[in-house]
Ligand binder design. Structure first.
Ligand code: SAM
Length: 259
């Protein structure tokens, strides 16, 4: 394998990790591809689209890009609602699953291998940019937010799901659940490296999110705390149902590009 030295360090490291992790995300991809319009489920708690209404109503004929699409089930949901999605992902192994599932479900849309911080599409190509735990947490917000703004047409929407800032302050590491104590400073929150592997995550405080969005021509329309349904469980180790019932473990930002 040749190492691509032109990629930023975090993109190169995350590519190697995600190519190795892809096998563990096949089953979730298969399950999520099967969810039809109205039955979509988000995030680590399977929160129902019908409860949170993250997807815009008017998707018919809209150009959409999924930034860090993984197995591309969100793109499949968009396609079934009439949009014309494009998925971009940093991991060829994740895209292999996406391509197989696209063929199995009879949905054909472009899937690009690349870095969501530099997307090979012209300015103002899309009406919607979306990311569920994709570029939204694995790419640098000071690179991917300007890129999302460049890709969107005036009036276009950016919707992204991330680990809630509060979770990132209370999580000791990737493998142990968040505690009721602040274990990490909010000040300077940006690039996170974990001792367990070579991956790099990004997180910001809310003030920094607001500033980077506004500096890139976005007006913030909503910040949605994602509350698990009673009885919901997750296989992910970083948070317990009891914690997530009291504090948001996931949040969704909705922003509109200024006209
Ligand atoms: C957790 S998956 C997100 C997909 C899906 N929504 C999910 O939750 O399984 C994270 C994806 O982000 C991709 N990714 C990480 N860094 C990226 C980057 N800079 N550009 C594009 N994709 C990236 C990874 O390759 C991985 O497939």
């Amino acid at each position: 394998m040749t190492v691509d030295e032109t990629l930023p360090d975090h993109v190169r490291r995350n590519r190697a990790e995600w190519d190795a992790w892809a096998v563990d995300f096949v089953a979730n991809g298969e399950r999520s591809w099967r969810l039809g319009p109205g039955d979509e489920k988000w995030g680590i708690w399977d929160i129902a689209e019908r409860d949170v209404h993250l997807l815009p109503d008017d998707l018919d004929g809209k150009d959409a890009i999924e930034l860090g699409c993984g197995t591309a089930y969100v793109s499949a949901w968009l396609a079934r609602r009439g949009a014309k999605p494009v998925g971009i992902d940093n991991s060829e192994a994740q895209l292999a699953t996406a391509r197989r599932l696209g063929a199995e479900h009879g949905l054909d849309f472009p899937l690009l291998h690349g870095n969501a911080e530099r997307v090979p599409y012209p300015d103002a190509s899309f009406d919607l940019a979306i990311s569920e735990y994709g570029a939204s947490i694995w790419a640098d917000p000071y690179a991917w937010i300007p890129e999302a703004s460049r890709l969107l047409r005036p009036g276009g929407r950016l919707i992204f799901l991330i680990n809630a800032t509060l979770l990132m302050l209370c999580m000791p590491d990737e493998q142990r659940p968040a505690t009721n104590e602040l274990v990490r400073p909010l000040r300077g929150l940006h690039r996170l490296e974990w001792s367990e592997d070579q991956s790099v995550n990004f997180a910001l405080g809310h003030g920094d999110w607001i500033r980077v969005l506004r500096a890139n021509s976005f007006e913030i329309e909503n910040l949605i705390e994602m509350w698990p349904a009673p009885g919901a469980t997750t296989d992910f180790p970083e948070v317990t149902p009891e914690w997530a019932a009291q504090w948001p473990s996931e949040e969704v930002w909705v922003a509109r590009k200024r006209d």
